[in-house]
Design a protein around this ligand. Structure first.
Ligand code: NCD
Length: 302
């Protein structure tokens, strides 16, 4: 396969720790309230084949804060509905003058296929059940606002691991930067095999085991749209795994609660956990903007 253009961001797995730290450092210098015209005259195309609220709006605000123009192309309402292929769509967007393409797609590997085909940088905004690299970066950025370092930190990721591109990207990033990751959920959602995602990752079925001594409690949405064929009893899930304020007490007293969103109150977490003082869920969303500014600036060599 052809190589992706310089500045592409397709996954976390293939990046070195040093590159990740450089991106995080660059994000810390970005301030959406003080726009910098680093990308003036550039066109950022947001190509979304799947629904999105946070990722899409923060990429758009990030691009505009850097002075770029943005164009949103969604599957519904575009020629994708008429059967245009992924690569033909890529060629079309390149021909109208895209300088970078941010793509979200339901198939794992779609961003890499697009990047191999085009001579402009491609940024993966979530591909199927594979990776969501900018989410992992903003997660690390958020953790580092509250904890001195990721080295030796214990991070429990609880819920629907198997369908989660966020969990995969987080496992890679956190393990590269020295954190210990514990994945927790029922076998259908957190299979033993998940421990092989990255070095130093372990799987447990027991919430208490995952929570004891943990610095970060990261909850994942139960992805109902991807559960077809799996025998998941959601009531059982709630009984065993729903995060409640009482259960949260098992974690370290200074533990923070995270969730990539969208949250399902009353399913993976009780509503009062989402609103408790330890919750950093909206901070994560806010941090998506400077992180994506850094990723877009890197894409265009700034
Ligand atoms: C997630 C996604 O789409 O991967 N959300 C996000 O981008 N913050 C997670 C999800 O859909 O549950």
């Amino acid at each position: 396969m052809e190589e992706a253009a310089r500045g592409s961001l397709l996954d976390i797995e293939s990046l070195e720790a040093a590159e990740l730290l450089t991106l995080l450092r660059s994000a810390r210098r970005m301030n959406p309230l003080r726009p910098r015209p680093l990308l003036r005259g550039k066109r950022v195309v947001l190509l979304f084949y799947e629904s999105s609220t946070r990722t899409r709006s923060s990429f758009e605000i990030a691009a505009k804060s850097l002075g770029a123009q943005t164009v949103l192309v969604q599957a519904s309402g575009s020629s994708i509905e008429k059967g245009e292929s992924l690569l033909d769509t890529g060629d079309t967007l390149r021909a109208v003058g895209a300088d970078v393409i941010v793509i979200r797609h339901p198939s794992s590997g779609a961003a890499r296929v697009m990047a191999a085909h085009l001579d402009i940088p491609v940024i993966n905004a979530g591909d199927g059940m594979h990776e969501h690299p900018t989410q992992a970066l903003l997660d690390a950025y958020t953790i580092l606002q509250h904890k001195k370092s990721l080295k030796g930190l214990q991070v429990a990721i609880i819920g629907d691991i198997v369908h989660s591109r966020v969990a995969r990207s987080d496992c890679h990033l956190l393990s590269k930067l020295g954190a210990k990751v514990v994945l927790c959920g029922p076998p259908e959602l957190a299979p033993d095999l998940a421990a092989t995602i990255a070095p130093g990752v372990r799987v447990t079925r027991h919430l208490e085991d995952a929570l004891r001594g943990t610095d970060v409690v990261m909850l994942l949405r139960v992805q109902k749209e991807r559960l077809a064929g799996l025998k998941i009893d959601l009531n059982q899930y709630i009984v065993r795994y729903q995060m409640t304020l009482a259960r949260l007490k098992l974690a370290r007293r200074d533990a923070i609660v995270m969730h990539p969103g969208p949250i399902n109150r009353g399913l993976e977490l009780a509503g009062d956990v989402a609103d408790c003082p330890q919750a950093r869920i909206l901070e994560q969303v806010r941090n998506g903007v400077p992180v994506r500014m850094a990723v877009l600036a890197r894409a265009l060599g700034k």
